[in-house]
Design a protein. Sequence first.
Length: 473
Amino acid sequence: MSGENKQGAGFVKGIGVLSATNIVIGSMVGSGIFLAPSIMAGFIENSSTIILLWLIGGLLTVFGALSLGELAAAFPKAGGQYVFLREAFSPLWGFLYGWGLFFIIQTGFIAAVAIAFSKYLGIFIPALGEGNVLLTLSLFSFKIVISSATLMSILCIVFLTGINILGVKSGALIQNIFTMAKVGAILVLVGAAFILAKGDFKHFLPLLKPTIPQAAKLTLFAAAAVAMSKALFAYDAWYTVTFVAEEAKKPKRDIPLAMLLGTGAVTLLYTLVTAAYFYVIPITEAAGIKENRIASAVAERVMGSPGLAFITLAVLISTFGCVNGLILCGARVYYAMAKDGLFFRSNAKIHPRFHTPHLALLFQGAWAIILTLSGTFSDLLTYTAFASLLFNSLTILGLFVLRARKPELERPYKVWLYPVLPLLYLLIALFFIVFIVIGDPLNSIKGLVLIGIGAIVYIFLRRRLRRAGPAAG
């Protein structure tokens, strides 16, 4: 019954290698690269070290993509990592990933990028910015501020959820157009910064000698890890294309190839644009940029007011396309979980006309909207990046488990330099997981607590399924 529900509606195989690669790039390149370098400067006062962190984050992502590609080729099913963890360990770990994805990771990324979209929209139309507060609510000890920007974030999520309900091809078309547009815009900014700006290569000195701002109150490793969490947010979502493998034309070839091409291209793009930022703006000024909009500050210095308008439009295109990719892919995981009886049953339905998991898309959109009201952009970056890195590491560990437990499994693609590349990914990821917890324990604990609640929910669901008997499956 793969890709098909009880009503007989099935997925459409409408994603080729170009669309799959654009899903990878488009889902990764959202808001992070336009804001995160400024946030990172608040933890590490050395531009060359920050550029190195972006390069390390990119290599980590490429290693992860090469490793995950083997699992994607072996299990080309809707749900991606949910399926991989279920097969490698047990349904519990698959459920915990799906639970974390729904409550923290995917919806958290959707919310954070939608917030960034509204931040930049406020530049064009100040009345729609964060400064225009419409309503303030107190809920227990939480204070919820609803501004015009909040409403625009919500409208962005609602609109793109609707587009993706209409069909995977319409979602993929938007992804292709917006991905090509934003990559082109970033390359224009990089070229303009190095050619037209009166920057200074001395901004990169001293080479790799970081200092920690007094306000950060962290050790070097902890500060570097928290700074890296902001970069990892920008690199994340590289794996989401595995969620739609069942809708790919040639999933065993196209999904691993798309992850390699996409992550490699984004690593190069991010490293270049971060270098361009600090070529123009010294590290001493970067952290103090208003609302961390470093891309806008650079564009304005290089090209004046037209530059500010250009980069603002580029960021709007980028974040809009990123939200689209995240929405498109994420719902397939909840669909797969629902088929296994581990999520709301209605989420297993596929629309008979549009061939999309429409109810899963609606559930995802609703929770992402709630998250837009729950925290700041920086907080969302930390706890979503932490939870995502944790599960990505567990999935790569599952590669070793499946190699040992299922040596006979058909593997159309095998990771290069096994076991070196996946092992390097795990070691680097473990280092940053430990120090993200040390550097930002509150937001890390939020992620761990929510995952722990997921284990309790899983026990309840399994008991319910056993009582229901075979009919529940």
